[in-house]
Design a protein around this ligand. Structure first.
Ligand SMILES: [Zn+2]
Length: 497
């Protein structure tokens, strides 16, 4: 079959119909007891299945009361994270099982299962047994029944069609992608995010204290992210806020997880005032990761670089930083990165980033490439095109959260969407270079003057107007807290019942 034939087949309705025809929907039901001792799962499969798979090697040891429907037709064997049937389970066959959460707490690490006060945070890796042969097109629906007063937080997308139960659609990501689910005495709070909202769960509420501080902070970060192109890049992502006690910054650790859907965890120093949270870049950085799909580890310079660039630019657009502060912070990053893990190419530094502690070099080289790309797009298009407008097109046409992307794939798409070679050109030049991306000329053209460690801005440079358009502002001070708009915080449906 040649390329043309494949192309015709791919665009034929019959071919698409046959893909849909072969896609199966698997239905899961979850239950948990009020003390979180046991998790119950009932799963019915939309296609014939010979084996189920969990992710954690200890998953098999935690299984109890495994029952099959129809009865007495199959034998099953469990080994580690594999559960195999004596013959293929027919379509619509079901399995039910219990998972011993008390034993899980003893066997597994705290990253897999951990209590926070009256709340339980756990990974699906040791209890979600999925069909081993499921295809990329398969759908996974999950209905949840909860004891009175207990809520659930999941990265799965809210869905309908489960009767009186809560209903979700799990994004069909690779099984090994991490995720976190929480059960607890929290509420799911909707924090506005442009055209959508964040589904926020505040874990260990007694320790976190007054929720309004965290909700205002997250709303400000979501608003900042929305300034890139007027929309938030994902629908209703899951967000956790978890207290850590006294730390050196308001948000000592945060990360995006993508298993089954997008989930973002923020570990916070609950003793810090709101002002510290609003000045912290972590929330804008993490939420900015949603502008790109999951990028392969070997290409982290791209995902981390873009987020590092955007964290400052977008905070400035949202007036959480002044324009001068933005460029000073960027200059600090670029300057420190030039002395970090020197003498190696960016490709090498990215590959061995953890081993060589080359974080500054990788993050800020990527940020410099993003800055150069944003300025080149604006300059060459008479300011009609920019990084945000290209990422918006990418989100519309090509965003796929179910697979890992290489930088090459993403950059080729961005070039095609912008009608340029800006992205691949910059990556090609700097990935194989041992030198930090050259910014001297860009500084001069944008009107950024360097005085040792400090910078100043001038309006008399050739592209001063482009510099101002990057941050969407003329130099000014951030608004005081009292000037921030009051937030409309809504409760999720499950709280209304
Ligand atoms: Zn990051």
């Amino acid at each position: 079959m040649n390329d043309a034939t494949i192309k015709i087949l791919l665009t034929t309705p019959l071919f698409l119909y046959s893909l849909v025809l072969h896609a199966a929907t698997h239905h899961y039901q979850l239950t948990i007891d009020p003390l979180y001792h046991r998790l119950g799962v009932h799963a019915c499969f939309g296609s014939s299945t010979t084996a189920l798979q969990a992710q954690d090697p200890a998953a098999g040891r935690l299984l109890a009361q495994v029952k099959l429907q129809p009865k007495n037709r199959y034998r099953l064997s469990v080994s580690g994270r594999h559960l195999t049937f004596s013959k293929p389970l027919q379509k619509k066959a079901c399995i039910s099982y219990q998972v011993d959460l008390k034993l899980a707490s003893r066997l597994l690490s705290q990253s897999e299962i951990r209590r926070f006060g009256t709340d339980l945070l756990l990974s699906p890796s040791f209890w979600l047994w999925l069909p081993a042969e499921r295809t990329h097109a398969d759908q996974i629906r999950i209905a949840v029944s909860l004891p009175a007063g207990v809520a659930i937080s999941t990265p799965w997308k809210p869905a309908s069609g489960c009767g009186t139960k809560l209903c979700y659609r799990m994004v069909n990501t690779p099984g090994h992608w991490p995720a976190r689910i929480a059960f607890g005495r929290f509420r799911i709070i909707r924090v506005p995010a442009g055209n959508t909202y964040l589904r926020v769960a505040l874990l260990h509420r007694q320790k976190l204290g007054n929720p309004s501080k965290y909700l205002k902070w997250l709303a400000a970060a979501a608003r900042a992210v929305t300034t890139l192109y007027g929309e938030f890049p994902d629908q209703a992502p899951q967000v956790f806020v978890i207290p850590t006690g006294h730390k050196r910054s308001a948000v000592p650790f945060a990360q995006v997880l993508r298993g089954g859907g997008i989930g973002i965890q923020f570990f916070v120093d609950q003793y810090r005032p709101l002002a510290d949270f609003l000045r912290d870049w972590n929330a804008t950085h993490e939420l900015s990761h949603l502008f790109l799909p999951f990028i392969e580890r070997a290409d982290l310079w791209l995902s981390e670089g873009f987020s590092t660039y955007l964290q400052n630019i977008l905070m400035t657009r949202a007036r959480l930083l002044t324009e001068a502060e933005n460029w000073q912070l960027m200059h600090n990053g670029f300057r420190l990165a030039q002395d970090n893990a020197p003498g190696k190419t960016l490709r090498y530094n990215t590959r061995f980033m953890h081993r060589d502690n080359a974080y500054l070099r990788v993050y800020w080289s990527g940020a410099a490439i993003a800055l150069l790309a944003d300025v080149m797009l604006r300059r060459d298009s008479g300011n009609r095109q920019n990084l945000g407008s290209v990422l918006k097109k990418f989100n519309r046409c090509c965003m796929d959260h179910t697979k890992a992307w290489s930088a090459t794939e993403v950059l080729a798409k961005l070039d095609a969407l912008s009608g340029t070679t800006v992205f691949r050109g910059l990556a090609g030049r700097y990935l194989s270079s041992t030198r930090f991306p050259e910014l001297g000329r860009l500084y001069r053209e944008l009107g950024i003057r360097v005085h040792g460690k400090r910078i100043s801005l001038t309006e008399r440079a050739r592209f001063s107007h482009l510099r101002r358009s990057l941050t969407g502002s003329s130099p000014q001070h951030p608004r005081s807290l009292s000037e921030q708009e009051p937030e409309e915080i809504e409760l999720d449906d499950q709280d209304r019942r």
